[in-house]
Ligand binder design. Sequence first.
Ligand code: DGJ
Length: 728
Amino acid sequence: MAIFYYEDKRIFKLDTSDSSYVIQVDKDGFLLHLYYGAKIPDVNLPKFANRCRYASFSATTPEADSEYFTGFTPDTWPFEIGCNGCADMRKASLQIRNADGNAATDVRYVSHKIYAGKPGIPGMPALFANEDGDCATLEIVTLDKVTGAEVTLVYTVFEKLSAMTRGLIVKNTSDKPFDLERVLSFCMDMNSDAYDLISLYGRHMREREFARRPLAHGTQGVYSRRGSSSHSQNPFIALISKGGNEEYGEAFGFNLVYSGNFSAIVDVDYNNSSRVMMGINPDDFCWTLGAGETFYTPEAVLVYSANGLGDMSRTFHRLYNRHLVRGEWAHKKRPLLVNNWEGTGMDFDDEKLYAIAEWAKETGLEMFVMDDGWFGKRDDDTNSLGDWVVNEKKLKGGIGALISRVKALGLKFGIWYEPEMISPDSDIYRAHPDWCIHVPGRDRSLGRHQCVMDMTRADVRDYLFNIMSEVLAHNDIDYLKWDFNRNISEAGSALLPPERQKEFYHRYVLGTYELLDRITKAYPHLLLEGCSGGGGRFDPGMLYYTPQIWCSDNTDALSRLDIQFGTSLCYPASTQGAHVSASPRTGYETKRNVAMWGTFGYELDPAKISEEARAEIKAQIADYHKYYDTIHYGDLYRLICPWDDPYKAAWEFVNEEKTQALFTMATKLYTERRNLFIRLKGLDPEKQYRLTKTNEVFSGALLMNAGLSLWDYPIGDGESFMLCFEAV
Ligand code: DGJ
């Protein structure tokens, strides 16, 4: 077991493969955060634990007020929970407004237990253990004796990876309700502010751009208030030591397993300590917990690396491939698909779709996916969402007829849905105008001409499950793309009483998870691909249900470089939907090379591209199969990052056995040729590798230390090349 309790010092040490996390219960029952960083063998930290016991103006605990140096002010001490309103003046991670109306909160240690394995979270996504002994869990029970809030801190360590999770369970043990106003999943006070904060910001067509800034005194961080995790900020932040980069420096990565409004905060105080917190965004949130009721927060994932961002990312990738992505498709080879969206939009009929499927078969693709426009009277985006009944004017003979023809070609069949949306111009809206999110007396704002289904309602979820089942249960469908194309506004539900409306956003997420859970359980063979106007809901919560997520509606290979590099900070290639399209800026070689960094596929109408392009595509397919495992489950090395070099980008995948490495470089902007040496990473120095293009053989040691001279490879605007090395 990797969790130790030292009774004499009341210290817990949580070890992973490369990190230790140390917590102490002090004499008054406060939970102190002592350490998170590289693995340490001992817990002889008494000096380390000691803090300044007094600070002018900061409140002390009453019993300590007279003792100038031996007193105790919570304001200067490092905690595992930042309680509101009782002498710790920093931003709080837990704020409970009790029946008396005040929000003073103070939880103290009661008991703990340590056990093998990892618990799930009712109704919510969570990482899981695979085999005996790969996870150990510590639960520390604390109590606020005034409110009766029993708060359990749940920590799980992944023993073979430098990763852990952390979340809270709050139980109301009193006989009166109280309000959870802030209930963040984790809080950690670090001893220093000498870090840079990394986050992933974006917008539609430009998701997960890399941002880096030094920490400064005060509050900094990222958040979503859009109802989903959003394009604007990903629920991911990292802290890296100053000067740190891909290979050097301490990197701490934090990711929230949640798909709704979140907040990730770093609060640097007057002691130059940094409080890191992450969880459900307290803005527009409050949860009333009745007597005896329990509330579960989403869990946060913590990854530590002593060797920079690259190593941190590889840990996230392994962790998510092994402990988050589930179901039949988790490790089964994903079909190579063609999707008709960029090729036809909604302007299609069964013959047009079948022609694409025929081309797909001839070309060597494995699945045809029918995107938006197959239901209701949908020829454009102004109508029909919610009317999930096939449009027989477009698909003559019904959906079954098209599926049979596609299947007869030997292809799999996929379909598009946007279950959480409703068009005002739809039969279902006319029948149930209160089924969409709205508040009395205000206009219902539209986004892409649509409203959002009230997923907090069980009747709405039942309707969606049943109407989707009309299609899914009666047809041989292999894949479902689950889209979500607007932010939520005028957040309210016709069924919630006024005092519960503030729970709306979280209830929305729980409702969506419930429907996802029902669909995945009823149709376990379905491969789900998440989507939200591209990658607007690319988060670990969705990955628990949808093993892959469409990364961006921007399929231009050069723009995709920034998007895919950013996404790779914490999400593995196996989850990243990436397609070759007819976008004009680069040739098919570069489109293929970039799209291979993900769940490869095509998104075009073959009737609209040239004969040469079709021939080139046919030749591309074989490589995808050859490198599938290396890309999906191997180690990624970001060799030249777009955030460091505006002209080019280079990356490498190495398989687990270190017998295959795939190096790719793409040029965004031509500059005159100069010397260019690239040192490969992650090879076995003892092995000999054959460069398959030339049959030259080099040692792993040479490739990693001397590197390759690449000055004479293609470097024109939008050009790229891929080199494969096989161990001999
Ligand atoms: C947004 C998605 O990102 C696209 O791929 C496509 O499915 C459209 N929605 C369809 O409306």
